[in-house]
Design a protein around this ligand. Structure first.
Ligand code: SF4
Length: 337
């Protein structure tokens, strides 16, 4: 089986994640990342025009067609090629933006994120390694990501919208080569890697195989506790063999909310409703009383003047209100067109 840049970065995160993606992809949970992918595609498409005119190598299930197309355009120097595709010894990659000059090339990896993450450097390192092995002179490598300080005013300014960060100095080709050898062994083995849970299961992204990797743990277990306990603290308990709710509670538990959650689930207690607190809150309300509901959205690319990338923008509200006790219920609403 061959490696690609996405497989390489999966393997950097966790070797088991890479293996499961190749051989047991049906076990992956849908983590509801559709909007993330959609934003990624929009930002990627936009970035193509960052350096002016470009040639796009269209995606093809048959990678050979992409490689042949790329070879054709590589001779038209200087030019910009988007999704320029290369393969060396079973290692495939498509470069988001390739600046193809007479004395060498520059690689630009585009991300819809608003910060530079280490995993992006791994991604661009792999591409740099492939092109180097093919005898190309990679002059510089960059990660392009979204500037969350950019405020749209008038015409959209693509140069202010993107941050272009050179990462050439962060690339260690010897390490990349070593990792590629290790990862190839993983994807060419029939045996599922025996790898324990770690912080990498949640960082930099939630792993879609978490449910699969915890399927043999007693239920409910320390990972079923809600957000009131950090994942690293749950891992500490897990590594000590303190896994079931009962064991966690017997060993001092966590904070009050977490302990309460465990007791309620473990002993099937009735819902806890603090009527006194609710009554105290309600008794403090004074007229006029307003009941507001609203909807909002986020867009990676701002279209409204005065807004930034990923800003939460309200586009609809519904407001019911009483002006006085026993009075008439009024209603106002707004939906942006
Ligand atoms: S849940 Fe954790 S151990 Fe399992 S595949 Fe994902 S990252 Fe690896």
């Amino acid at each position: 089986m061959n490696l690609s840049k996405s497989r390489y970065t999966l393997g950097i995160r966790c070797k088991k994640l890479l293996w499961l993606s190749c051989f047991k992809s049906e076990e992956a949970e849908d983590l509801g990342n559709d909007s993330v992918f959609e934003n990624g595609n929009k930002v990627g498409d936009l970035a193509r025009s960052l350096f002016g005119e470009y040639t796009l190598i269209n995606y093809d299930d048959n990678y050979k067609n992409m490689l042949d197309e790329t070879t054709k355009y590589l001779n038209n120097k200087p030019n910009i090629i988007c999704e320029a595709s290369f393969s060396y010894d079973g290692n495939f990659c498509s470069v988001d933006i390739l600046k193809n000059d007479f004395d060498g090339v520059e690689i630009y990896e585009v991300k819809s994120s608003t910060e530079l993450k280490n995993i992006y450097v791994d991604d661009v390192s792999y591409q740099t390694w492939v092109l180097n092995k093919l005898g190309m002179n990679v002059k510089k490598s960059y990660v392009v990501y979204v500037n969350n300080k950019y405020v749209k005013e008038g015409d959209f300014d693509i140069n202010k919208y993107f941050v272009i960060k050179e990462v050439t100095d962060k690339i260690d080709l010897a390490s990349v080569e070593k990792r590629i050898t290790e990862l190839k062994e993983i994807i060419n083995s029939k045996r599922e890697p025996n790898i324990d849970l770690s912080e990498g299961c949640k960082r930099p992204y939630d792993c879609p195989f978490f449910k699969y990797c915890t399927k043999d743990l007693v239920k409910p277990n320390v990972f079923d506790i809600g957000w009131h306990v950090k994942f690293t603290k749950k891992l500490d308990m897990y590594y000590k063999g303190i896994i079931s709710y009962k064991d966690v509670l017997d060993n001092g538990g966590f904070n009050e909310k977490a302990n309460e959650q465990m007791k309620y689930e473990l002993y099937n207690l009735p819902p806890k409703i603090n009527k006194d607190r609710i009554n105290t809150f309600l008794s403090q309300l004074t007229y006029p009383l307003y009941f507001l509901d609203f909807e909002s959205y986020q867009d990676s690319i701002p279209v409204i003047d005065g807004t930034k990338p990923y800003q939460q923008i309200c586009f609809q509200y519904s407001l019911h209100y009483y002006e006085k006790e026993g009075g008439e219920l009024h209603h106002k609403e707004y939906l942006s067109g």
